[in-house]
Structure formats: structure tokens, C-alpha cells
Design a protein around this ligand. Structure first.
Ligand code: PMP
Ligand code: GLU
Length: 414
């Protein structure tokens, strides 16, 4: 045996790649796991952590899936999705969003999460800068890092409902900027960018290119489009002068209460759709055949259940906001969409109760989990360390109880 054998690393976690070691755990999923663990011990935890509709998938969508199984639709599908679903999505985007695309611009994936990962992996070279509007959805940052890009965080102010302005974007652009990404309606703030705001953002990107800069791609995550209380969802991809630079990401999880089915999509220039198809062909192949038939029923079917769910989210937003405003020290925003509220809780930093010391928003979340048995997510994970995210995708009674418990626990801190 060679003497080198003495120095051999033992098989085990020390062999993990730098890539995975430098990846943070998804904090939304992590908080959900912690709540589940406490509940398994018999503790009555109210979970307002995961952004997951508490509604059932509408019946006509379930029926389409059952039919697909009964008809034996159980084989691999084309990697980019079944042709009728790609066509259905393209038609929906033309009709509802005024984004001019055809089936060849669409790639269906295992959730919008995979669509976002595909797009970033296909666009970003090591060192490319990706401007992420903060507060941002937790996975954006880690996905950019996985793609070896450099995240550049630009934060919106509470006074502007946390929305980044065109001027802020302009100031953050450098010759290395390759993409910008944001969600509207936004996870975690519920903010909705207006037509004027998005047009101003698009102009900044266009002017950069007209002044000789490299193209900048706009990754617009519209997964909460149907949960919008403003009366208008505006898609930046509908602006003709910038349409070649826009990638629209969307999915079925939120609007159709289909989180477990795992269907999302990207719509973008054909060359990028082809690249995503190629990427996905090596990593996951097409998403579940049955789920694609269900998604087709969703996109071509009656939107009444979707609109009813949105009404319920609006009522819960009002309820949560009203109750939170009664708690001293909490500064709430005014979500105009999605199903989150994102209050500033920094007034409680530096306070303590018993063995608990609240140094930051994570400490506060752990205190509320253990003391109030309410599970929410710290703002740090979303790039906003003064805040916490409370999901309002829960029954009214649960929201009331949870906020009442939060109020009682916060009152003990001194
Ligand atoms: N984007 C945003 C902003 C989200 O909140 C989510 C929720 N998980 C996703 C993308 C991904 O959704 P999914 O993979 O379930 O389609
Ligand atoms: N998007 C949801 C959330 O933000 C689901 C969890 C996740 O995929 O991160 O809570």
C-alpha cells in the first residue's frame, strides 16, 4: 500500500463540494421544518412561514389529472413541455399579459423555481453581476451564487412600499451587469409595481444598451399575478421596446393552489428557451406528464376559483394589517398582492425576556416560535434585516390567533 493512503480523506461530508457548502439552506423551508418538528412533539404551532395556499386545487384541474392517468398518459413528455400546454401558455400570455410569444418561446419546468434556475444557469457567466431588487425571494440570491454570478442587492424603501426605483437601478448598473430580477407582486412584501414604474425601469435598461452597454436581461417573476388587489397586473414583457430582453417566469403553484404539482414556465427569446430546454434535458427532463395535463386544464379553464382565492387573500391582508398595527413598535407595509405581510420589527431588537435576547430578526422569529408557538420567517433571508415575513395564506381564525400570540409575546420583551 502506498504511504499516501495514510493522508487519505475519509469518505463522508468533508467530501462535499464548495458549491454546496457555500449554499445557504432555504430559510422558508427551514422554518417550516422547525415548525413541523415542534408540532410532532404535540405543541400547537401556528405556521405562517411557507408561502403556500391553504386551498385545495380546484376540482376541474384534479379531474384533468385523473383523466390523464386513466388514459395512460404516463410516459416521458418532450423536455420543454407537451405542445398543447406550451401553446396554451403562449396564448394566455398574449391574451392576458400582452406578451407576444408563441409555443417555441415557452419552456415548462418543475415549478417556477426550476425555470428561474434554468434561466440563470443559461445566462450567467462567472463574475457577471445580477441586480436583485430587495426585499427579494430567498432563492434568488442562492441561485445567482450557484450560477457563479455576483449578486448586487438594491433595496427599496418602506416609504416606497419597498419598491426599487428606476433611479436606484440606474445607479447600480455597471459594465458587468447581465441581468436584473424581481417579483411583482412581490414575495416577501406583496408590493405591486405599476405600469409607470416598470416602464421607467425598462427605459433605464434600454438606454444602457443604446449608449453602447451590453444587453441587460430582465427576469420578471410573475408567479403571484392573480393575487393582485390593485386591479391591474402589468407585465414588463409587454413593452415592445424591451421585449427581446425580458424573460417572464410564472407558474401554477400560487394562482391555482398547485404547489405540490410542480409546474412552472419561462417565456423568453427562442434562443434562451432552447438553452433552457437543453439544460433541463440534462438535469430533470420534462416535468410530470400528469401535472402538465392538470396545468393545461388550469390555464384553459374557468378562473372563478382563482379569483375567489384572491378575494380571500385580500380579506386576510386587511385583517392581518389591522391587527399588526395595534401592536406597539411594529411598522407594517401595505401589501397590494401576494399573501405576505412584511412588518418592520426592529423596535424590538436589543430587548430580552428570560433567557431570550433579541439581537436580530432571526432571534425574534425563534423567540416567537418557542414562546408564542407561531412560525414566521426572518427578514434577513429576504435581504431586509429589520423585518419579518408573515404569510397570510391561512384561515382568518389562525391569523387572528397567531397575531394575538405574537402581541402577547412581544409585550413581554423589555
Ligand atoms: N418565485 C417566487 C417569488 C415564489 O414565491 C415562489 C414560491 N415558491 C417561486 C418563484 C417558486 O414557485 P414554484 O417552484 O412552486 O412554482
Ligand atoms: N415560495 C414559497 C415561500 O416563499 C414557498 C417556499 C419556497 O419554495 O421557498 O415561502
Amino acid at each position: 500500500m502506498s504511504s499516501l493512503a495514510t493522508f487519505r480523506v475519509q469518505a463522508g461530508p468533508q467530501s462535499l463540494s464548495e458549491r454546496i457548502n457555500s449554499l445557504a439552506e432555504s430559510q422558508t423551508l427551514e422554518m417550516a421544518k422547525k415548525a413541523r418538528q415542534l408540532r410532532a412533539k404535540g405543541i400547537d404551532v401556528i405556521s405562517l412561514n411557507l408561502g403556500e395556499p391553504d386551498f385545495q386545487t380546484p376540482q376541474h384541474i384534479k379531474e384533468a389529472a385523473k383523466k390523464a392517468i386513466d388514459e395512460g398518459f404516463t410516459f416521458y413528455t418532450p423536455v420543454a413541455g407537451i405542445p398543447e400546454l406550451r401553446k396554451g401558455i403562449a396564448e394566455k400570455l398574449c391574451r392576458e399579459n400582452h406578451i407576444q410569444v408563441t409555443a417555441e418561446n415557452i419552456v415548462v419546468s418543475t415549478g417556477a423555481k426550476q425555470s428561474l434556475a434554468n434561466v440563470l444557469l443559461c445566462l450567467i457567466n462567472p463574475g457577471d453581476e445580477v441586480i436583485i431588487f430587495a426585499p427579494f425571494w430567498v432563492s434568488y440570491l442562492e441561485m445567482v451564487k450557484l450560477a457563479e454570478g455576483k449578486p448586487v442587492i438594491v433595496s427599496g424603501a418602506l416609504e416606497n412600499e419597498y419598491k426599487v426605483t428606476a433611479q436606484q437601478l440606474q445607479a447600480a448598473i455597471t459594465p458587468k451587469t447581465k441581468a436584473i430580477m424581481f417579483s411583482s407582486p412581490c414575495n416577501p412584501t406583496g408590493a405591486v409595481f405599476s405600469r409607470q414604474e416598470l416602464t421607467a425601469i425598462a427605459r433605464v435598461v434600454k438606454e444602457h444598451e443604446e449608449n453602447g452597454g451590453n444587453p441587460i436581461y430582465i427576469i420578471a417573476d410573475e408567479i403571484y399575478e392573480y393575487i393582485n388587489f390593485t386591479g391591474e397586473h402589468f407585465s414588463i414583457g409587454s413593452l415592445d421596446f424591451i421585449k427581446d430582453n425580458v424573460i417572464t417566469v410564472n407558474g401554477f403553484s400560487k394562482g391555482f393552489a398547485m404547489t405540490g404539482w410542480r409546474v412552472g414556465y419561462m417565456a423568453g427569446p427562442k434562443w434562451l428557451a432552447d438553452a433552457c430546454d437543453k439544460m433541463q434535458g440534462q438535469v430533470t427532463s420534462g416535468t410530470c406528464s400528469i401535472a402538465q395535463k392538470a396545468a393545461l386544464a388550469a390555464i384553459t379553464g374557468d378562473l372563478t376559483p382563482t379569483l375567489q382565492m384572491a378575494q380571500a387573500y385580500r380579506r386576510r391582508r386587511d385583517l392581518a394589517k389591522e391587527l399588526l398595527q395595534q401592536i406597539p413598535g411594529i411598522k407594517t407595509n401595505h401589501p397590494e398582492g401576494a399573501f405576505y405581510i412584511f412588518p418592520d420589527v426592529s423596535a424590538y431588537f436589543g430587548k430580552s425576556f428570560g433567557n431570550y435576547y433579541i439581537g436580530n430578526s432571526y432571534d425574534l422569529c425563534m423567540y416567537l416560535l418557542n414562546e408564542a408557538h407561531v412560525s414566521i420567517v426572518d427578514g434577513d433571508s429576504f435581504g431586509a434585516p429589520n423585518c419579518v415575513r408573515i404569510s397570510t395564506a391561512a384561515a382568518d381564525e389562525q391569523i387572528k390567533q397567531a397575531i394575538s400570540r405574537i402581541g402577547e409575546a412581544l409585550a413581554k420583551l423589555a
